[in-house]
Design a protein around this ligand. Structure first.
Ligand code: AMP
Length: 194
């Protein structure tokens, strides 16, 4: 169990992508963002991209088996990495248990979870702001933003409990300057067993 494997958790707009960039820079981990992987497939027009498109477009979750297969491929491409930062995954309890199984089959595990906590009003402001430059249609429509926040509350937030049970849950205040939040993340990460 010598990898540093982090789950970066939080609702859409919490700053997972922004903080991931800084974490991979400092800790030299492989960034595994399922949202980015899907957008890549979409832009290349792959079968997987076509399958994911309608779910993404509506702000709903892509079916677990599709996500899990994609993650498994990515992990297996990088078994020599210092570790992974899982960004936007797992998003359901089932994804979390599948991730544990995948890692265990390589004698690996999750070192810890970091949960970025941001109030809903602030999420909406941030997502709309990002939509001005991201080109993401799911960032530009109030209805889609609402769906994504609801899906997070209903299907994803229970994943925090899964990691709490394992003693791996760490909450961080996601409101503040990017550097301030990053310092907090580092303080927590430096306590993780690697
Ligand atoms: P994100 O970039 O993390 O906001 O993800 C954008 C969209 O991709 C989501 O709204 C979902 O439709 C899909 N997606 C990303 N990650 C997952 C996941 N782990 N499980 C299901 N769907 C996902």
């Amino acid at each position: 169990m010598s990898m540093l494997n982090i789950v970066l958790f939080g609702p859409p707009g919490a700053g997972k992508g922004t903080q991931s960039e800084k974490i991979i820079d400092k800790y030299r981990l492989v960034h595994l963002s399922t949202g980015d992987l899907f957008r890549n497939h979409l832009s290349k027009g792959t079968e997987l991209g076509k399958l994911a498109q309608k779910f993404m477009d509506e702000g709903k979750l892509v079916p677990d088996e599709v996500v899990v297969g994609m993650v498994e491929n990515k992990i297996e491409e990088h078994l020599d990495a210092r570790g992974f930062i899982f960004d936007g995954f797992p998003r359901t309890i089932n994804q979390a248990t599948e991730l544990d199984k995948m890692l265990l089959s390589h004698n690996l595990n999750i070192s810890g979870m970091i949960s970025l906590e941001v109030p809903e009003d602030e999420l909406r402001v941030r997502i709309k702001e990002r939509g001005k430059t991201s080109g993401r249609t799911d960032d530009q429509d109030d209805g889609k933003i609402t769906t994504r926040i609801r899906v997070y509350q209903d299907e994803t937030s229970p994943v925090a409990g899964y990691y709490k049970q394992q003693g791996k849950f760490n909450a961080i205040n996601g409101v503040g300057s990017i550097d301030q939040i990053f310092d907090e993340i580092c303080r927590v990460m430096d306590q993780f067993p690697s």
